[in-house]
Design a protein around this ligand. Structure first.
Ligand SMILES: NC(=O)c1ccc[n+]([C@@H]2O[C@H](COP(=O)([O-])OP(=O)(O)OC[C@H]3O[C@@H](n4cnc5c(N)ncnc54)[C@H](OP(=O)(O)O)[C@@H]3O)[C@@H](O)[C@H]2O)c1
Length: 253
């Protein structure tokens, strides 16, 4: 199958890493001096009209209209990973009914993504699930949830990275060796998430399990609550959600 990436930046590279290598790949982008793609894909300059079996749209929302201009009025499936651009806008600007809007995150490169999607035709969904199945968990949903899922899941590697970075700083501050802290922080984050998933318990049930009277955990938790950590995370996701909506309005003007 011939896969055409329109945009070959951060998320396109992560998706490529998670996809089977038996396909033929073409990448359309502005700067053709990009070491990552050398030997992996045929690089074509932005604005080139390239034929393919499936197209993956991975440009910034504000570059979208210009980038898709050479690809209007085709019948093949287009998979958009762009924030904010909804399926109605995709169908209108590409003049094509076979659209999937999805929201991957960087974990797709190791097959651990969580990818909510909605689609405009059965053909588009079939092509999408056949191709993106190796990238992680595909979750069919409704268009109305996509901006909220963008804020929650598309940005999730960032939230986790900030948390791990804070653990790193904390470990160093209390005197642990850097390499030991790094391994401990990453493994404890993975282990904590897997534990919640396997045991199917609510996160706050875990709080009761680990907080012994007058112990270290309840003291730590008190400080987290005082610092407003949960409120800061809630507000970060909420602000990302409003930004997704704002970008759509900017495009519609
Ligand atoms: N990064 C993430 O974690 C993530 C996750 C989920 C969804 N997304 C979505 O994915 C999209 C891309 O994000 P990104 O982080 O990958 O951005 P990025 O690294 O800036 O990549 C954007 C790509 O678009 C190319 N481009 C710009 N104008 C073009 C045009 N007219 N024709 C063809 N290609 C053009 C750029 O080419 P050059 O490289 O030559 O400049 C670049 O390769 C965004 O809409 C974002 O919402 C990103």
């Amino acid at each position: 199958m011939k896969i055409v990436f329109i945009g070959g930046g951060t998320i396109a590279k992560a998706i490529y890493k998670g996809l089977p290598k038996e396909h033929e790949y073409v990448v359309v982008k502005r700067n053709l001096h990009d070491e990552f793609w050398t030997g992996k894909a045929d690089l074509q300059p932005a604005g080139t009209s390239v034929e393919g079996d499936v197209y993956i749209l991975a440009v910034k929302p504000l570059s979208f209209e210009k980038a898709v201009e050479p690809f209007r009025n085709r019948r093949q499936t287009f998979i958009s990973v762009m924030a904010s651009i909804n399926t109605e806008m995709l169908v209108k600007h590409l003049d094509n009914e076979n659209m999937v809007r999805c929201m991957p995150n960087l974990s797709v490169c190791i097959g651990e993504g969580y990818i909510p999607y909605c689609q405009t035709s059965d053909k588009a969904e079939e092509d999408f699930t056949a191709l993106f199945g190796t990238l992680g968990h595909l979750e069919r949903t409704e268009e109305e949830y996509m901006d909220a899922l963008t804020a929650l899941t598309g940005t999730s590697p960032l939230y986790i990275s900030v948390f791990i970075d804070a653990l790193l700083d904390a470990g160093i501050k209390i005197g642990l060796p850097r390499e030991m802290v790094r391994k401990a922080a990453v493994q404890c984050t993975i282990g904590g998430a897997r534990y919640l998933e396997c045991e199917k318990i609510h996160p706050m049930e875990l709080k009761d399990m680990v907080s012994s009277p007058a112990g270290t955990s309840i003291h730590a938790l008190h400080n987290l609550e005082k610092s407003g950590v949960k409120a800061a995370i809630i507000e970060a996701v909420e602000i990302a959600y409003y930004r997704a909506k704002e970008l759509k309005r900017i495009k519609e003007i």
